[in-house]
Design a protein. Structure first.
Lengths: 293, 327
């Protein structure tokens, strides 16, 4: 009983770290550009397909790790393109409805194009460690899943360093806090927007490799990470990176425990129930700031 | 269109054309498409009232459609209640849920509201999938009775088993709903909704009861979507959790955006156009064996927002130079 609880918590932490990683991208894009991107998880889907194809050519752990870099680069470029073509034209006359609708259109487009190009059959990312499992005192987990946890934590840490220690990172944070003040200080906010969007979806791409490794890869898989990332982001307050990190782990643990103790059928509803409860109490999330603050 | 044609003549001609259409084109498949288009006209118009006029971005509209469909289907199959009562029961139950969803909307806006409404519809879809005793899960409810015949005297009985009779019934429902929408929009109620959309705080400061209007518009919008769902249940005679899917919501909103958000005619134009367009694409789908429809929807949605923000109706209005983008 206790060991089951611990086991599920560990599983939750692993899944939660991937949720955090994907959600950070979403919350960054929202924080800086005020874009709620409902296609965010589809960049994860693209990242997962990068891994599927990479591992087809380079099987083994090198291919798996390499596919994360390739996914970050490839998805980042696609992000750059979609920011330039779809979102930048909207930013000066934006309303929430326009931006959300464009992202919904992008979601429909990416998901169904992927179906056309890659076929609807789900694919698995092959375990490069041959399914080795580790037995720690009360819990057991595969090496692969531990590496998923490690890589998402590394990616999150690298992002933190980028945001706090580099000029570009500081420019992103400045723009997020106050766009006009940043502009007056000589920050090229247009460039910052493009960079933020591209980094945000690149994180989703890396997260997609991990998500696809934990679950399966198929063209419509993107909707789930999108909704999960929104749940996490809202829980933590949209725009708050720290909130997204906490929220990801909370959602991951709540889902695995809830799926185990309440009902497996409603596992995917748990995130929504949390969102609705959180929003009823705090309409801008747990760590959210008031608008314009 | 020649502006000198009197307005009542246009309406009369339009009505005559709609009444005569199934008598001229007797193809059952074509009629089925017309009925499908009619259901989407109701769905898109009711969504438009909420999103286009009141600015409340509801991304879970299919939930109301599903609630209406399941309510009427369950009433008819389990309790033997006549579909005529079920039709309105579907609307009312859906309206209750609309009121319920309206409550969080009092405090939420933009993306927060959008994600809450998605959550609402996904939770309901999971309930429809998993509450097997009531809904038969993913198999769906089948064997739903059609609308019972209406007896007019002893010699005339109208059956509702064929597409043509359902078409006329739906035509009445859609026209009545559109008349109600038009009156709502042209009234003080409509003006208040638009003030809500443009500037909530400003509206509140001049004494618009924003909470009341938000709750009212959610309830009304949900009622008409539920009505469409209940009609669908007795027309298709099969209801599955697919009616509550996000795909259905996205279809509804693509139709509205393409036709023209915040215009009375926009959703009508969009629903009819996309229903027929997606059928026209069937031959393409047979060739590539895949759902091309949603790709086209995605492209249409993006192109509409980037280049043609008022939709088709907005474009036509600006071409005619009437400058009345919001009719």
């Amino acid at each position: 009983m206790e060991s089951l609880f611990l086991q599920q918590t560990v599983n939750g932490v692993i899944v939660g770290s991937v949720y955090s990683l994907i959600a950070i991208g979403l919350t960054m894009v929202f924080g800086v550009m005020k874009i709620s991107n409902f296609a965010h998880g589809d960049y994860s889907m693209l990242g997962a397909y990068v891994a599927v194809f990479m591992l087809g050519v380079f099987p083994g752990w090198l291919g798996w790790v390499g596919s994360m870099l390739a996914a970050a680069a490839g998805v980042g470029v696609i992000g750059l393109l979609s920011e330039r073509l779809l979102f930048r034209p909207l930013l000066d006359r934006w309303t929430d409805i326009d931006i959300i609708m464009v992202s919904v259109g992008l979601f429909l487009l990416l998901e169904n194009l992927a179906q056309l190009l890659f076929g609807a059959t789900p694919r698995m990312i092959k375990d490069p460690f041959g399914g080795t499992t580790l037995n720690l005192v009360l819990v057991s987990t595969s090496v692969l899943r531990l590496f998923c946890l490690a890589f998402s934590c590394v990616a999150i840490a690298l992002l933190q360093i980028f945001l706090t220690r580099t000029r570009l990172g500081v420019a992103i944070r400045a723009t997020s806090q106050n766009r006009f003040a940043a502009l007056l200080m000589g920050v090229d906010t247009t460039m910052v927007y493009a960079l933020t969007f591209s980094v945000g979806v690149a994180l989703a791409g890396i997260g997609g490799v991990l998500y696809g490794t934990l679950f399966a890869v198929f063209p419509t898989m993107g909707a789930m990470p999108t909704l999960k990332a929104f749940a996490v982001t809202i829980m933590g307050g949209m725009g708050s990176i720290r909130g997204a990190i906490f929220g990801g782990f909370i959602l991951g643990i709540a889902e695995t425990l809830g799926g185990n103790y309440i009902s497996m059928d409603y596992k995917n509803a748990i995130g929504f129930v949390i969102i609705i409860l959180v929003l009823l109490v705090r309409p801008r999330g747990l760590f959210g700031r008031k608008e314009g603050a | 269109m020649n502006p000198r044609v009197p307005i009542w003549l246009k309406w009369a001609l339009g009505a005559a054309a709609l009444i005569a259409l199934p008598l001229v084109v007797r193809d059952r498949y074509f009629l089925h498409l017309l009925v499908t288009a009619g259901i989407f006209v109701l769905l898109a118009s009711s969504w438009n009232l909420l999103a286009g006029y009141a600015g409340q971005l509801n991304l879970g509209h299919a939930a109301f459609y599903g609630i209406g469909a399941y309510t009427s289907a369950i009433l008819a199959t389990k309790l033997g209640i006549t579909p005529w009562l079920g039709l309105f029961a579907g609307g009312f139950v859906s309206a209750l849920f609309g009121l319920m969803l309206g409550v969080p909307s009092l405090r939420l806006s933009g993306p927060y509201l959008a994600i809450t409404t998605i959550g609402f519809s996904e939770i309901l879809r999971l309930v429809a999938m998993n509450w097997v005793q009531l809904t038969r899960g993913s198999l769906g409810l089948y064997g739903i009775p059609p609308f019972t015949p209406i007896r007019l005297g002893s010699w005339l009985e109208i059956q509702f088993r064929s597409e043509i009779s359902c078409y006329y019934l739906l035509l009445v429902l859609v026209c009545a709903s559109l008349v109600i929408f038009r009156r709502l929009i042209r009234s003080e109620f409509g003006l208040s909704l638009e003030s809500l959309r443009e500037d909530e705080i400003g509206a509140a400061s001049i004494g618009v009861n924003i909470s009341g209007y938000k709750l009212a518009v959610f309830t009304i919008s949900a009622f008409f979507a539920g009505l469409a769902g209940a009609f669908f249940a007795h027309y298709q005679r099969l209801v599955s959790p697919d009616t509550l899917s996000l795909g259905e919501t996205f279809t509804i909103l693509t139709m509205t955006m393409l036709g023209g958000l915040g215009t009375l005619l926009g959703p009508v134009v969009g629903a009819v156009l996309l229903t027929f367009l997606s059928e026209g694409l069937r031959f393409l789908e047979d060739m590539v064996k895949l759902d091309v429809r949603m790709i086209i929807y995605g492209v249409l949605l993006i192109v509409t927002i980037l280049f043609m923000r008022g939709g088709i109706v907005g474009l036509l209005n600006s071409l005619r130079g009437t400058g009345r983008a919001k009719d």
